[in-house]
Design a protein around this ligand. Structure first.
Ligand code: ATP
Ligand code: MG
Ligand code: MG
Ligand code: MG
Length: 564
């Protein structure tokens, strides 16, 4: 590319709004331009970087059996009503109306849409497993958009969704995706770590996050260097510390009867045992307090019972509610803080009874979002909230170290949360109808660009590895317009290197060397060749790698080999 035919726009100073080095540099290098809060234009230079990340993700997904499709960004409300998420997704979802007053959202994620495809298309176990993916624009109305593209409102995600005839098949694909993600982040040259994670609003049973390691990361990670143990510290907030079961039950009693009924009263009202009350569906009142837990059964009957007990407005707590409130992600709690604390302080054992026991007894388990596997996995049932570096690792294999990370990928075993709600079924070998098992796998494609720069910069600008840089090599001719010899040599070199498959940026603006160098360093071109009249007379040019402190003279004819 000739710079005269391209577009760059660099800035000496970053706008005030930028806090992190990556955000400042992306603005200064002209990778992105801010339109409005959390909304950015990918300028030509930044777009080249984004496309490179996309290409690596696409290639590795294709290699691992992913099948690409592209779903609409705008999704009808009805579909989200089928899973119950329209009401509970919360203010992160941008809701819009069409001219006929029909409600839609700008998709924050695509479980509903893809499961709708699967239920229409998949009839037989012979069609399974399937792993669909897309690279597509999402919108989430983040509470606090910041750090540029790292926490934007509109952003690019690779999201994939797998469908299976049984759990073993899901586990297998989950492992393949885990390996695929590790390959993607390795190829991109990122320092990263995979950790056990909480399943969040997406839900499901088991989950891992992939974090780019950076001090500015929003997530705290604990890991053991001498074993595989690694967890998001946030996970601890969803998992209570060990404590005696009796005490925990007492606490639970307080929770489900805030000024209303004791467990015994609730039990006698429903003519069941106190034990059964603990194995039930949570109901929230208008103030989002957990009022009581209802037995699974006829939904309408439960509603009638609940209205008798509560005597007022209430709604059934969704998986998302329960996760959010019981799971106690700080920041979301609002009016039910006290209740949440009590619940969050329950023992892991009591929590398991409440969540999983209900399931075993044939009740629908209310706390699906906790992730049964993560929850019951002894290695993960530890309170990491107050962990300090050097503490014994929960797996007993060493000591914990702490670091911070930027979440760039997240994989989930969804199991049947969506397939059940949307009746995505297939006929098994025996002609019996079965609900599909599902997994989902996200990568923050646009966030990766910011996260990568957070790991690759210096005082002069961006130092991305060659695989992600917008161009691999810059030619800086001194006196391009005035000196015919320099121009001819620069043009020839540009042609030769381009023919060798190198992405070259020829700075033909005829700027002073200082200006050219500063720009090429700021925008992060890994290799730079400077051509001057004097050197050319001896058949020599100057080479400087982006991370080198010194230039070196090299013979013109050696360049192609030198920069490979
Ligand atoms: P976070 O914890 O950072 O809010 P998330 O857990 O809500 O992310 P997921 O639902 O797991 O995000 O989505 C998959 C991936 O999409 C994330 O791992 C992240 O890389 C990316 N992502 C999520 N939210 C944003 C955002 N606001 N801007 C850019 N990328 C995002
Ligand atoms: Mg989020
Ligand atoms: Mg997260
Ligand atoms: Mg996540």
């Amino acid at each position: 590319m000739r710079l005269s035919q391209f577009f760059i726009s660099t800035l000496k100073e970053a706008p005030n709004e930028a806090e992190l080095p990556s955000h400042k540099l992306m603005l200064r290098a002209g990778y992105i331009k801010r339109l409005s809060s959390g909304l950015y234009t990918w300028m030509p230079l930044g777009l080249r970087v984004l496309r490179k990340v996309e290409a690596v993700v696409r290639e590795e997904m294709n290699k691992s059996g992913g099948i690409e499709l592209l779903m609409p960004a705008v999704q009808p409300a009805e579909l989200w009503e089928e899973t119950g998420r329209w009401a509970v997704f919360g203010p992160q979802m941008l809701k819009i109306k069409d001219r006929h007053d029909n409600l839609f959202c700008f998709g924050p994620t695509h479980e509903e849409v893809i499961t709708d495809i699967a239920r229409r298309e998949v009839k037989s176990y012979r069609q399974l497993p399937l792993n669909f993916y897309q690279i597509q624009t999402k919108f989430r109305d983040e509470v606090r958009p910041r750090f540029g593209v790292m926490r934007a409102r509109e952003f690019m995600m690779k999201d994939s969704y797998s469908f299976h005839a049984n759990y073993e098949s899901l586990e297998q694909t989950y492992r393949v995706m885990y390996a695929t993600y590790s390959r993607i982040f390795t190829r991109l040259g990122l320092q990263f770590r995979a950790v056990a994670a909480d399943t969040g609003a997406i839900g499901g049973d088991g989950s891992h996050e992939f974090h780019v390691l950076a001090d500015s990361g929003e997530d705290g990670l604990a890991f053991c260097p001498t074993s595989d143990y690694a967890a998001n510290v946030e996970l601890a907030e969803a998992i209570a510390p060990q404590e005696p079961r009796a005490a925990a039950t007492q606490e639970l009693q307080k929770v489900i009867t805030p000024g209303q009924k004791t467990i015994e009263e609730v039990a006698s009202f429903f003519s069941v045992s106190a034990q059964q009350v603990l194995k039930a569906i949570a109901v929230m009142d208008a103030e989002n307090q957990f009022a009581l837990l209802l037995l699974r059964g006829d939904h309408q009957l439960n509603e009638i019972k609940a209205s008798k007990v509560l005597g007022g407005e209430f709604r059934f707590a969704s998986d998302e509610d329960i996760h959010r409130h019981v799971g106690c992600r700080s920041g979301y709690i609002g009016p039910i803080k006290a209740t949440v604390r009590v619940l969050a302080d329950r023992s892991a054992a009591a929590m398991s009874d409440f969540i999983c026991g209900a399931n075993e007894d044939g009740f629908h388990y209310a706390g699906a979002n906790f992730g049964r596997d993560v929850h019951l996995d002894e290695a993960n049932v530890h309170d990491l909230r107050n962990v300090v570096a050097g503490d014994a690792s929960p797996d007993g294999m060493g000591h914990l170290e702490l670091c911070r990370g930027i979440e760039v990928g997240h994989i989930f075993q969804l199991r049947t949360k969506y397939s059940e709600a949307l009746s995505a079924t297939f006929l098994d070998e025996n002609g019996k109808s079965q609900v599909m098992e599902m997994g989902c796998y996200g990568i923050g494609v646009s966030r990766i660009v910011g996260a990568a720069i957070e790991q690759n910069f210096d005082e002069r600008g961006i130092t991305l590895p060659a695989g992600m840089a917008p161009f691999q090599l810059a030619i800086c001719p001194i006196g391009y317009k005035k000196n015919e010899g320099v121009r001819a040599a620069a043009d020839q070199l540009y042609a030769d290197l381009s023919a060798a498959g190198i992405e070259v940026l020829l700075d033909d603006r005829d700027e002073r060397p200082g200006v050219m160098f500063a720009d090429m360093e700021l925008i992060g071109i890994p290799h730079r060749i400077t051509l001057g009249d004097r050197g050319l007379k001896e058949g020599k040019v100057e080479y400087q790698g982006r991370r080198d402190s010194e230039k070196q003279e090299i013979v013109l004819t050696d360049i192609v080999a030198f920069t490979q």
